[in-house]
Design a protein around this ligand. Structure first.
Ligand SMILES: [Zn+2]
Length: 88
């Protein structure tokens, strides 16, 4: 989701419109058509829920993978190789 229209202020007080919608990108004096704060919040909450679901799924997978490594005869060596790759 692009940032909604907002003003950027320079240290000298000069303000510049940073358009977030096509309407104001074409005409800075046009009415802003950016999504409302409420709809942006709803969108971001849905995004956060999706990220949390993905994170929980990843954690479950990570725990299963570690359990498999712990019981495999080559598990410690595989784990050490993975750690080296992760540190790069
Ligand atoms: Zn706008």
């Amino acid at each position: 989701m692009p940032r909604p229209c907002h003003w950027h202020e320079e240290p000298d007080g000069t303000r510049t419109l940073i358009p977030g919608c096509a309407a104001r990108a074409h005409d800075p004096d046009a009415e802003c058509t950016c999504p409302s704060t409420a709809s942006q919040l709803a969108f971001l909450r849905a995004e956060l829920d999706a990220v949390r679901r993905d994170y929980r799924r990843f954690r479950r997978w990570h725990h299963c993978l570690l359990d498999a490594l712990r019981t495999h005869p080559d598990g410690p060596a595989i784990y050490a190789t993975a750690q080296k790759g992760h540190r790069r």
